[in-house]
Design a protein around this ligand. Structure first.
Ligand SMILES: Nc1ncnc2c1ncn2[C@@H]1O[C@H](COP(=O)(O)OP(=O)(O)OP(=O)(O)O)[C@@H](O)[C@H]1O
Ligand SMILES: [Mg+2]
Length: 384
């Protein structure tokens, strides 16, 4: 159940102004209240600057919302001095009360959100722009080529790529029980934050808002039965990624890197992040391993270095899942929205390599599932 403004206002009637002996709602001190899913923002208007009072009121508001509305709400509370407003302020009376949300009900809903999904695979990298989305999309379509039921979820709010790479820009439909229905193309069910949130709007979101939105997003999709759900993560190994990888019980992760040192350093951080939260690393993919010119397909140019990711995998005892060349066709197929791995005849080296990669991932998942217990979901609290 989503939070509504009235619940928040009701909670704030429990916050008393220490000198005025009335609550903040009655005193008309709450302005610009916006509630979006579990994200709540508002401004406390004050008649004059008072840093101590501001801090105290913010703290009390937070406590009230956590107690009466949602202990996991993501809060952004601001203060502003509004002299004119309070000059002739009148008592506005009590705000009508309303009960707080049924937390238990929400938790039950979340528990079975991914119950029909056999394997959840996160595609990640430390560094941006190394080809995570390209690998995620081609991996998903490559897995679907085997006849498996596959889902693909783009969790990158700031820079969603899947709508372009799958050439789909419509908004998804919603079931009567308010679950999102994934889009379907090339035998893959997929969803992107980019189909739901205006990226320009998302740019101003802070980390906790992103993780909160994605968490809710992941739990409110009608995936149905899936053999594999591939998650395309945003670049980096910060709080957002850490929260994301703990939001769902991931079966394993695939780390993408180019052979370059700067990318390898970040890839190592990516591996460390997954190990820290006990998510098995299925292996490393070397993308842009070498350049193949279109007019000289037999040539290989190691423009970002040679075997960097392969060597890293060996050094840190992780599997090497394969190398994908840098080919113009990969970029073109991404921009056109038809992943190269779908090429019937597998004409390009990259298409063949993506098929190999998908097979290696299937193999590593089988080994992982035989040797290790399912990953447990960690319940984490998002603090603003
Ligand atoms: N092997 C490749 N050959 C040619 N172009 C590629 C290859 N891999 C990725 N690209 C291109 O490089 C660009 C970046 O790739 P992509 O968007 O997949 O990276 P990313 O790691 O997901 O980026 P971000 O960190 O922004 O999410 C895209 O234009 C893509 O088409
Ligand atoms: Mg991406």
């Amino acid at each position: 159940m989503a939070i509504n403004k009235q619940q928040v206002r009701t909670a704030l009637t429990h916050v008393m102004h220490p000198q005025m002996e009335k609550d903040l709602v009655t005193l008309d001190m709450i302005e610009d209240l916006v509630v979006q899913d579990t994200f709540i923002t508002f401004t406390i208007d004050l008649p004059e600057k008072d840093t101590k009072l501001e801090a105290k009121l913010k703290e009390k508001c937070e406590q009230a919302i956590r107690k009466f509305v949602d202990e996991d709400a993501v809060l952004d509370i601001n203060t502003a001095v509004n002299i004119s407003k309070f000059r002739d302020n009148e008592d506005k009376g009590e705000f009508p009360g309303q009960g707080h949300r049924q937390k238990k009900e929400q938790e039950d809903e979340e528990a079975d959100a991914l119950s029909g999904v056999k394997n959840v695979i996160a595609v990640a990298s430390g560094k941006g722009g190394v080809g995570k989305s390209t690998v995620a999309v081609n991996l998903a379509c490559g897995l679907a080529r085997t006849g498996a039921k596959v889902g693909l979820l783009d969790t990158d709010i700031y820079g969603p790529s899947i709508p372009t790479m799958m050439n789909t820009h419509e908004r998804p439909n919603i079931t009567t029980s308010k679950k999102l229905i994934p889009m379907k193309k090339y035998g893959v069910r997929f969803l992107s934050m980019g189909l739901l949130v205006d990226p320009d709007q998302a740019m101003i979101w802070r980390g906790p808002m992103v993780t909160s939105a994605v968490k809710q997003f992941m739990n409110e999709v009608e995936w149905g039965e899936l053999d594999y759900l591939v998650l395309d993560l945003p670049p980096g190994t910060g709080d957002i990624q850490l929260t994301l990888v703990q939001t769902v019980p991931l079966t394993g992760s695939v780390i993408v890197s180019t052979p370059q040192d700067v990318a390898l350093d970040d890839a190592r951080k990516g591996v460390a992040m997954f190990k820290k939260v006990n998510v098995p690393v299925l292996g490393i993919v070397e993308n842009m391993a070498y350049f193949i010119p279109e007019d000289m397909p037999d040539k290989k140019y190691h423009i970002f270095g040679k075997h960097g990711a392969r060597n890293l995998a060996e050094r840190i005892g992780t599997n090497f899942l394969g190398e994908i060349p840098l080919e113009q066709k990969v970029r073109e197929s991404g921009d056109e929205g038809k992943p190269i791995v779908l090429d019937e005849d597998l004409d390009s080296v990259s298409a063949k390599k993506f098929v190999e990669l998908s097979n290696n991932v299937i193999q590593q998942l089988a080994i992982r599932n035989k040797e290790q217990d399912p990953t447990e979901k960690i319940d984490i609290k998002i603090k603003p």
